[in-house]
Design a protein around this ligand. Structure first.
Ligand code: SF4
Length: 287
C-alpha cells in the first residue's frame, strides 16, 4: 500500500500507535491547540517573515498579533500568556542576532515538499532552506521553540532523516502535483527548481536542529543508506499495523497526559485524586 508520511505523522506513530490510529486511520478530528504549540506557530510565522526580508520590529509585532489572535485550548505546565509574550520577542531578536553573521542566501522559508520514498511518499515543511554564498553547502534548518536536542540520539532522529532524504530528490526542488484539490500549489517547488537541483545536487547537505532558546545550531550529522533503511522499515511497520489493525497503546505518562482520546482509550485510567489536589479543589484540610 502506498502511504504518505509526514514528519508529524511519524512522530505521532512513535508516540502512541493507538492514538495515531484514532487520528490517521479512524480520522477522528479532535484537534486541540496547547499553549506551547501555539507559541511555536507564532514564532515560526515571525521568523518566516524575517527570512523573507521583513525587519525585526515588524516581525516581533507579527508574533504578538498572532499570539493574541486565538486563545489556546489549554496551557501546558509551567507556561503562561505573559511568559510567552516575554519569551517570543527575545527568541526572535536573539535568532536575528545569531544569523546576522551567516553568509547565506535564503531559498525558502516554511517550504512544503512531497517526495517519493520507495513505495511511499514523505511530506514535510522545511523552516529555513538556505545555501552558503559560495554554493558549496545547502542548509535545512528545523527551528525548535521547545524541545531541546538529545545529543545521544540526534543521529537517529527520523524527522531529520526524512529532510536529508527529501532534499536529495528532484521533486523537492521542482515540486509535485498537489493531493489537495483545495490547495493546488501545495507542493509547487521553487520557481527555478530544475536549475537549483542541478546546481546544488553535489553540494554538502547539512540538516540542523536550531534550538531557539539559546539559540544554538546543531548539525544532526550525516545520513546514509542505513538511516534511510531504518526510516523505510518504520513506514513498512506502520503500514502493516494499519493492514492488520494492530495498534499497541504506549501507556506513557508523557504522551497520555495531553491525549485527546482518553475517554475512548481502553487502557487509560484516571489517576487517583491526591490529597493536595483535594484540598485545592475543596478548600478542606487533610483528613
Ligand atoms: S491515553 Fe495514552 S495509551 Fe491511550 S491512546 Fe492516548 S496516548 Fe495512547
Amino acid at each position: 500500500m502506498k502511504v504518505k508520511f509526514s514528519a508529524s505523522q511519524l512522530k505521532a506513530w512513535q508516540g502512541c500507535a493507538l492514538r495515531a490510529s484514532f487520528i490517521y486511520v479512524d480520522k477522528m478530528d479532535r484537534y486541540s491547540v496547547g499553549s506551547s504549540a501555539h507559541f511555536g506557530t507564532c514564532v515560526h510565522l515571525a521568523l518566516e517573515n524575517f527570512h523573507n526580508g521583513v525587519d525585526l520590529d515588524s516581525c516581533i509585532q507579527i508574533f504578538r498579533d498572532a499570539y493574541d489572535e486565538i486563545e489556546p485550548d489549554y496551557y501546558n505546565q509551567r507556561t503562561s500568556r505573559s511568559r510567552f509574550l516575554d519569551m517570543g520577542p527575545k527568541m526572535i531578536s536573539d535568532y536575528a542576532d545569531s544569523v546576522s553573521w551567516e553568509d547565506h542566501i535564503t531559498l525558502g522559508s516554511e517550504f512544503r515538499f512531497m517526495v517519493p520514498f520507495g513505495s511511499h511518499t514523505i511530506s514535510g515543511i522545511v523552516d529555513h532552506l538556505h545555501v552558503s554564498s559560495n554554493g558549496k553547502t545547502v542548509y535545512v534548518d528545523d527551528l525548535k521553540t521547545g524541545k531541546r536536542p538529545n545529543m545521544d540520539s540526534l543521529h537517529l532522529d527520523l524527522q531529520m532523516t526524512s529532510y536529508d532524504w527529501a532534499i536529495r530528490q528532484r521533486e523537492f526542488w521542482v515540486g509535485v502535483e498537489s493531493d489537495d484539490p483545495d490547495w493546488p500549489d501545495k507542493y509547487c517547488g521553487l520557481s527555478n527548481g530544475d536549475e537549483l537541483f542541478e546546481k546544488y545536487k553535489d553540494a554538502e547537505i547539512v540538516v540542523r536542529w536550531v534550538d531557539l532558546k539559546k539559540p544554538e545550531f546543531v548539525n544532526v550529522g550525516k545520513r546514509d543508506e542505513f538511516d534511510y533503511a531504518r526510516l523505510y522499515r518504520m513506514m513498512e511497520m506502520i503500514d502493516r499495523a494499519v493492514e492488520t489493525k494492530t495498534f499497541v497503546p504506549c501507556i506513557s505518562a508523557d504522551t497520555c497526559k495531553f491525549c485527546e482520546f482518553k475517554d475512548i482509550c481502553p487502557v487509560w485510567v484516571d489517576p487517583p485524586v491526591r490529597v493536595s489536589d483535594f484540598e485545592e479543589s475543596t478548600g478542606k484540610e487533610e483528613w
